[in-house]
Design a protein around this ligand. Structure first.
Ligand SMILES: [Zn+2]
Length: 100
């Protein structure tokens, strides 16, 4: 039984196969491992998705890496700056722009 579908990674645009029980995946296996999994340690699915979308919109994926992966010992406050952007009018505008 080949119960997989093709999706495109939000980050690198590579096609990848995802099984039907994992339709929530929006990154290829490499980027899931590299970004999504570390983010999920401290964030809900929705906010991990938002943070990744934001980094893509801002064309600053390295920022994600720095913020969430470079400094495991300073966890409590690392996401404050980021959080302050998500949900704002500016954020909405970015999302609308990206949806076109
Ligand atoms: Zn990817």
């Amino acid at each position: 039984m080949n119960d997989t579908i093709k999706k495109k990674c939000l980050m690198c645009n590579e096609e990848f196969s995802v099984s039907r029980d994992h339709l929530w995946k929006f990154l290829c296996p490499t980027h899931t491992q590299e970004f999504y999994i570390p983010l999920r340690r401290n964030h809900s699915f929705q906010s991990a998705l938002h943070l990744i979308e934001l980094a893509i919109l801002l064309d600053d994926i390295e920022m994600l890496r720095d913020r969430f992966m470079g400094k495991p010992r300073e966890e409590p406050k690392v996401s404050e700056g980021f959080r302050s952007v998500v949900g704002t009018a500016e954020w909405q505008k970015l999302k609308e722009t990206a949806a076109v």
